[in-house]
Each structure stands twice: as C-alpha cells, then as structure tokens.
Design a binder for this molecule. Structure first.
Ligand code: ZN
Length: 340
C-alpha cells in the first residue's frame, strides 16, 4: 500500500509518500481501508520529534473508512461497513483499562503518536476501536470527530464538570478542540465566550453557537470577559494555547473558577502567581484525550446531529507535505483532511 512516513524528525520535507507492506490484521483486529484521515496539531509535534516515536513512522490519528477484512474473533462488524476508529491505544487489561479509564493506562497513547497511524491506505485496528458510522455522515466529517470531540468532552464534562448556565471561555475558536468545545458547552446551555484572530473566524464561531467573540489581536481577553460577565469572570476556561494566552486565561476566571488545559500549542512554560491561585481558590486541571466511554458518549451526539465537525480543506494523501505547510500557517477554521 501507499503511506506517508517519516524516516527522521524535521520540517514538512521529511514526509515521504512511499510503498510499504500491507498490514495484516490479527484475529481480534479489523482491516480498514482509509477514506479520510484528519490532521491534528499532534501530527506536527510528532513530525518535529517526540519521545517514544520509532522510525520509520506513519502519522495520523483520526481515521474513517470501510471494513475490508475482519479477524476470526470479530463477529460484530462486516466487510464493506462504514466506520471510524477510536484513536486510543491502550493495554486493555490493566486496572485502569478494565475500569474504563483508558487514558490513565500506562501504555496509553494516541494513534499516530507512539504507534503507526492512518496516513496510509490500509490500517489494522483492534475491533473494540472500530465504530460503525451512520450513512448520512461523510468520511471527511467522520474523520474530523474522534480526537478533538473526545478531548473537548473529557475537558468540559469529565474534568471541569460543566453545569447548565455556567460561563465558559473557549480559547481558539478555529481549532478542532475549540469548535468541539463551543458546541459541547452550548449543549449544556452555557454562555460561551470564544477568541479568534480575525472577524471571519469569529463569525464562524457565532454560527456554531458562541454567544460572544473576542479578537485576541485587537482586544485584551480578560478585559473583554469582565465586560461581558459584568465583572464576574468565567466559571470555566478551556485552554490549549499555553504561553501566549495563559496569563489572560487565569485573569479571566471568576473566584472558585476552573481552568482546564489539554495542550500548549504556543509554548509549554508559563508562570503563576500563587497568591492569585489560593486567594481566588482557583482550580487548574490537566486533561489528556478521553476514555472510550466518553468517545461513545460524544459520538452519540454527533450521530444524532447535535454536534458537528467542521472540515476546512481536504488534500490528497500524496500532498501531505502541502497539508502540513498549510496547517503551520494557522489560516484554517476546522479540520484539514487527507484522502488516500
Ligand atoms: Zn491499560
């Protein structure tokens, strides 16, 4: 089959479109023909070099496609079925896994990170990770769901325990996690404030349900949040930007507020004034992907049409390098999808 692999870490030029052997599914696995593989910022981090990545390596976390072969032990899926893959890799026998807390498993990783991913034509996946999708959900849209919607669900519901009527500040409206978080927060009847770098992206965020938009290049985020909330501040701040926004995010919280973060796109090192943390009784929560149960919960809302992924642009798999260059310019609103 054809696959995009990296043989060394580096810039977009290290991505090679080449022939590799077809994967052979084990008896408990399913072979899927990849129709769409959505990109995430993780692809850029892995390409630049992360510990635990063995070379050569196939990138790509979010896969949708068709079942071409099922292993002997698999009887709930059939050839030709349209599916997406749960992008989690875990041992499935430790204390955490059997309790349904796969993202706390010692072996937990995301597909395409420490294990080969979906930037290829065929992928073998454990049957438990293979989820049938409805006929009215396109492959590009389906591939754009799993990682970011599960991540945003775990952040807001699993970690920050969102309640109806709260005010939620979602950083980065145009990112995959931002798009998912705006909609999930609205599902809980929250008041949603979001940020973006231009008016076009803010308009798109409003169309997804965001109540208020802040242009982070022209406005100071915490000042605007104070204005919008009549000086109250946000109950929950959803962070994934890091160094560039951290201080504003902390200042935007109301007393007893919760900041939950899943990433550090703009740098991992931030400062904190401990006096501010304890006197305002703030909670700072880390969040990493989500559990299989949470993925199924959020997929239920997607399949029912209550939550929608947004596809910005598609590229043929052979043009993965151009797709990486496009992502690095951060001009997109929504997901970039590679099509084998
Ligand atoms: Zn485990």
């Amino acid at each position: 089959m054809k696959a995009v692999r990296i043989h060394e870490f580096g810039g977009p030029e290290v991505l090679r479109f080449e022939d590799v052997p077809d994967p052979k599914p084990r008896k408990d696995e399913v072979l899927v023909r990849v129709k769409a593989c959505a990109m995430n910022h993780l692809d850029l981090w892995v390409r630049k070099g992360l510990p635990g990545v063995r070379l050569p390596h196939i990138l790509g976390s979010d896969v949708a496609g068709e079942v071409v072969e099922t292993g002997e032990y698999v009887n709930h899926l059939k050839t030709g079925q349209r599916v997406l893959l749960g992008p989690m890799h875990f041992c499935n026998h430790c204390e955490k896994c059997v309790a349904g807390l796969q993202n706390q498993c010692r072996e937990f990783t995301v597909l395409g990170n420490a294990v080969d991913g979906g930037n290829c034509e065929l992928i073998a996946a454990p049957a438990g990770n293979v989820v049938p999708i409805p006929d009215n959900l396109g492959f590009d849209e389906a591939a754009s769901v799993p990682l970011v919607f599960t991540t945003a669900w775990h952040m807001l519901v699993g970690r920050a325990q969102i309640r109806p009527g709260q005010t939620v500040l979602v950083l980065g409206a145009s990112s995959g996690v931002g798009i998912a978080a705006i909609q999930i927060a609205k599902l809980f009847q929250a008041c949603v404030i979001t940020t973006a770098g231009d008016e076009y992206k803010l308009e798109k965020a409003h169309a997804l349900g965001a109540d208020h938009g802040i242009n982070h290049y022209k406005q100071k985020i915490s000042d605007e949040v104070k204005k919008i909330t009549n000086k109250g501040g946000a109950d929950i701040v959803l962070e994934h930007v890091g160094a560039a926004t951290w201080e504003e995010s902390i200042k935007s919280l109301k007393p007893n507020g919760t900041l939950v973060t899943c990433g550090a796109t703009a740098g991992p090192n931030v400062g904190i004034d401990l006096r501010f943390l304890y006197s305002r009784q703030l909670s700072l929560l880390g969040s990493y992907m989500g559990t299989m149960g949470e993925m199924h919960e959020v997929l239920g809302h997607v399949f029912a049409g209550r939550l929608k992924s947004v596809v910005d642009r598609t590229f043929p798999l052979k043009d993965t390098r151009a797709a990486h260059e496009y992502m690095e310019k951060s001009q997109m609103f929504g997901k970039i999808v590679l099509q084998p």
